[in-house]
Design a protein around this ligand. Sequence first.
Ligand SMILES: Nc1ncnc2c1ncn2[C@@H]1O[C@H](COP(=O)(O)OP(=O)(O)OP(=O)(O)O)[C@@H](O)[C@H]1O
Ligand SMILES: [Mg+2]
Length: 232
Amino acid sequence: MRTRGVFITGTDTGVGKTWASVAWISCGVERGLRVGAMKPVATGATRGVRGEWQHEDVIRLQQVINLEETGGEINPYCFEPPISPNIAARQAGREIRLEAIRECARRLEERADLVVVEGVGGWRTPLSEQESVADLARILDYPVILVVGLRLGCINQGRLSAETIARDGLPCLGWIGNGLDPGLDEPEEVIATLRRSLPVPCLGILPYVSTPDFARLAQALQEGFDGLAGRP
Ligand SMILES: Nc1ncnc2c1ncn2[C@@H]1O[C@H](COP(=O)(O)OP(=O)(O)OP(=O)(O)O)[C@@H](O)[C@H]1O
Ligand SMILES: [Mg+2]
């Protein structure tokens, strides 16, 4: 396993992978590490003011890393429709090549202490007819962190995801709970149930924030990040 990187997956799309990745990167930057990032496959790109393609996740990651990265390094595959990557790639007549993503990550590793890779969708999100996000994490050879979006249904989704990662034989460092739903009933009970039933440790619980307060989110991960010290 290559300990220079970490692969951030989630229980679903829209559960907080980007926000958790930004917070994790901030922890590394605060510790004086050189931190790079990748969003290898992004769908739902939009046009910027000069007509260039841009993606919200990539912009957020770019804002917080302390390493110079080209757009191609941080995001080798970008598609306009906000749909599953296998469909977006097929429509665009492109093939998502996992080896190309790995080469990119290895180049970043040469100049980074830590490379934080945000997945796309969830663990079984297809990248082609044969390959899924799990295959991407495997080829990168990075340990996984699972982001659990704390909303109704998340106990089931969290257990399914964590159990599947383990069954796939990939090392999982732990899970991060993300309080994205301020209306969730009995959040403490939900978190306690997750703590008891997921097979990996909790690395932190991100609070609900009404504005993107990444300093506050990073604070919530500091202990979890430092607990993994020596294997960033
Ligand atoms: N801790 C939080 N507090 C408040 N809102 C949050 C929080 N985390 C996430 N959100 C909201 O949920 C949205 C989705 O979060 P995020 O973009 O991190 O999810 P994602 O898993 O990366 O999604 P995608 O699958 O599109 O990459 C954010 O844009 C934000 O509006
Ligand atoms: Mg994201």
